[in-house]
Design a protein around this ligand. Structure first.
Ligand SMILES: NC(=O)c1ccc[n+]([C@@H]2O[C@H](COP(=O)([O-])OP(=O)(O)OC[C@H]3O[C@@H](n4cnc5c(N)ncnc54)[C@H](OP(=O)(O)O)[C@@H]3O)[C@@H](O)[C@H]2O)c1
Length: 276
């Protein structure tokens, strides 16, 4: 595998930090500079191999130096901070630098307006399993992001999982599935744990049963290459016990529940984008 481009991560917190760890553990990092506000955050990343970690507390112009050092610049600060950060780094970007947003809800148009009409911009929506290298990241190309820029950004996100390229207008919908999705899965695990407690298991036993069932089923899905409906059928013998449970779950119209839940998330995304 070839080396990754030089990378800057401006705001290496939960998400930027997860991507940093993926990039470093890939063994293909071609030089990474990261910034955070506080000295403590910066110090925690300073020992990673090949990483230059800057605290803005010590070096107020650190974002400009980091941006100038990289071919791919990831923007990992909170959405409200993005416009100021872009205005700060714009004059320091290398010619042809690829700017990749991690920020939820900030449009490519905002990036291109602040950085200028020639800026090469992509927008991403990763999810928290990035921390363990199992993210799904939606990636949308801006006006000037051609195949090479998309491939460079894809290479970075593939160090923390799988990448799906979509047009920007699909990013909000994607976010309601994979961005918020880990929370839906954790909720299902919590509810199955409660059911186990209701059947008389101690809390620690209930957690083992529910959590390992989700982890094991997901691993089986990944390893088998089968689709989930087929794997479900293999557990569901005709007239058996599982069939009875599945009937009850289907009566609860989980299809409608998931459609309504993701619709609600989409409405909220639009409200947030409008500043509500
Ligand atoms: N977490 C998720 O599940 C997730 C998923 C998809 C997208 N995102 C996006 O990822 C972005 C970051 O979210 P997060 O959860 O990773 O937040 P976070 O943990 O708070 O990370 C933000 C980081 O930015 C640093 N920072 C603040 N101001 C800065 C500045 N001016 N220049 C450079 N660094 C600065 C902070 O450093 P200090 O702590 O030292 O101040 C912090 O480490 C957001 O835009 C969010 O929408 C997050």
């Amino acid at each position: 595998m070839s080396s990754l481009p030089t990378i800057a991560i401006l705001g290496a917190g939960s998400m930027g930090g997860a991507i940093l760890h993926g990039v470093v553990s890939s063994g293909r990092a071609g030089g990474v500079t990261v910034t955070n506000r506080t000295r403590a955050k910066a110090a925690a990343l300073a020992d990673l191999a090949g990483v230059t970690s800057i605290a803005l507390e010590d070096e107020p112009a650190g974002n400009a130096r980091a941006a100038a050092s990289a071919d791919v610049v990831l923007i990992g600060v909170k959405p409200a901070m993005v416009p100021d950060l872009l205005a700060e780094i714009g004059p320091h970007l290398r010619a042809g630098a690829i700017v990749v947003s991690l920020a939820a809800g900030v449009t490519i148009a905002t990036f291109e307006r602040i950085l200028g009409p020639d800026a090469v911009v992509l927008r991403s929506m990763p999810n928290t399993p990035a921390v363990v290298g199992k993210a799904v990241t939606g990636l949308a190309a801006g006006t000037n992001a051609g195949a090479d820029a998309v491939a460079a950004a894809r290479g970075v996100f593939e160090t923390v999982g799988t990448v799906l390229e979509v047009p920007e207008e699909r990013i909000d919908a994607l976010s309601t599935i994979s961005g918020s999705g880990p929370a839906y899965v954790f909720l299902l695990i919590e509810e199955l744990t409660k059911a186990a407690i209701g059947k008389g298991f101690a809390e620690d036993e209930a957690r083992v049963l529910a959590e390992q069932t989700f982890i094991g089923a997901a691993a089986l899905l990944a390893a088998s290459g089968e689709d989930p409906a087929e794997l479900r059928r293999r557990v569901t013998s005709p007239k058996g016990t599982t069939e009875k449970a599945i009937e009850v779950l289907q009566e609860a119209r989980l299809d409608e529940v998931f459609a309504r839940a993701t619709d609600a998330a989409l409405v909220r995304t639009k409200e947030l984008a409008a500043g509500a």
